[in-house]
Design a protein around this ligand. Structure first.
Ligand SMILES: NC(=O)c1ccc[n+]([C@@H]2O[C@H](COP(=O)([O-])OP(=O)(O)OC[C@H]3O[C@@H](n4cnc5c(N)ncnc54)[C@H](OP(=O)(O)O)[C@@H]3O)[C@@H](O)[C@H]2O)c1
Length: 301
């Protein structure tokens, strides 16, 4: 492989992937919508783009043979009509801009690897989803993921193989969902949101970053679930975080109706979940560093 181009590289997952690449001697170019985040090193160089207006610094493609696409505006914000449009378009417009740039300039790219989300799978307490599952259900989140994946699939028209990683709940010491759960638990006001029986298909930040590189280095194409082998219910997750922090859970579960009042329609992303299988990537030889929640939490907290 020559060079890697990463979008969304300044985010939670992107930062870890860049670190791993640099450790492995892989040079990285990255695209950012924020000019203040551009740095220039010989093996790690930032370039500006603005997908909503079609602006892109085409020098970003120089020497690049593989693209990792992580760009997308945060889903965990109030689902107003404007925010919903932003959530979808930040993903589809980014991919379209990459696609058009590659097509118009006849660039040779060997592999397009994109983030996707387990939000593709309908909420369920009983199903155990693998990558072959085809969803018929309709919801805002399912719609977002479908449009995101369809946009990625277009690269196949240019004979560029595509991989889509349906990422689960990423646990990190540097932000994201885990830190949102840790704060109230540390202040003795932590509790489950809703029933507590919703599945949480989690993955340690190091493992999701390593999975992107594994897929890249082994030239694996198709859909892969980006989750750890042992999903847990939210109740287990909250109580294990509390145990790791040596804090008690005193309060009862927060009723769903209260969460709905506070968060509006996006309350479903904290009160519902899916149980998602990691068998496909494991069978292809991917070895997790964190199989069990307890070891992941011990490492991160
Ligand atoms: N973390 C999770 O638990 C999780 C779970 C499932 C799926 N995912 C998906 O995986 C991807 C990476 O996740 P993450 O946690 O690293 O996300 P993140 O920390 O929010 O970072 C996403 C990055 O996307 C870029 N971005 C934001 N708005 C944009 C826009 N309008 N146009 C183009 N780029 C934009 C930003 O980079 P610049 O400021 O440099 O432009 C930002 O750093 C996201 O698409 C996310 O939805 C994450």
């Amino acid at each position: 492989m020559k060079k890697l181009l990463i979008t969304g590289a300044t985010g939670l997952i992107g930062r870890r992937i860049v670190e791993l690449c640099l450790e492995e001697g892989i040079s990285v170019n990255y695209l950012t919508t924020d000019k203040s985040k551009i740095i220039t090193n010989s093996n790690n160089q930032g370039f500006y783009w603005k997908p909503s207006t079609g602006d892109i610094d085409k020098l970003c493609f120089e020497g690049v043979s593989v693209i990792i696409n992580l760009a997308g505006s945060a889903i965990a914000k109030r689902w107003t009509e404007a925010n919903k449009k932003e959530i979808v378009q930040s993903r589809t417009a980014s991919i379209e801009l990459l696609y058009n740039s590659i097509k118009d300039n006849n660039l040779l790219i060997d592999h397009f690897i994109s983030a996707s989300a387990i939000g593709y799978y309908p909420f369920s307490e009983t199903n155990f989803y693998d990558e072959d599952y085809k969803t018929e259900e309709k919801s805002f989140i399912i719609d977002v993921v479908k449009q995101w994946e369809e946009a990625s699939d277009k690269f196949q028209e240019l004979n560029i193989p595509v991989s889509k990683i349906r990422i689960g709940l990423v646990l990190s010491e540097k932000g994201g969902a885990l830190q949102q759960m840790v704060k109230p638990i540390n202040s003795f006001v932590g509790s489950c949101l809703g029933s507590g029986s919703q599945w949480q298909s989690w993955i340690h930040i190091d493992d999701i970053a390593r999975m992107f590189l594994f897929i890249l280095q082994n030239k694996l194409h198709g859909i892969f679930n980006g989750v750890a082998p042992n999903p847990v219910t939210q109740k287990v997750l909250i109580y294990k975080i509390a145990k790791t922090l040596h804090k008690p859970i005193i309060l009862p579960n927060v009723p769903e109706i209260i969460i709905q009042l506070i968060l509006g329609k996006m309350y479903v992303i904290v009160t519902r979940g899916q149980r998602v299988s990691s068998k496909k990537i494991e069978n292809l030889g991917f070895e997790y560093h964190f199989y069990l929640l307890q070891s992941a939490l011990q490492d991160l907290l």
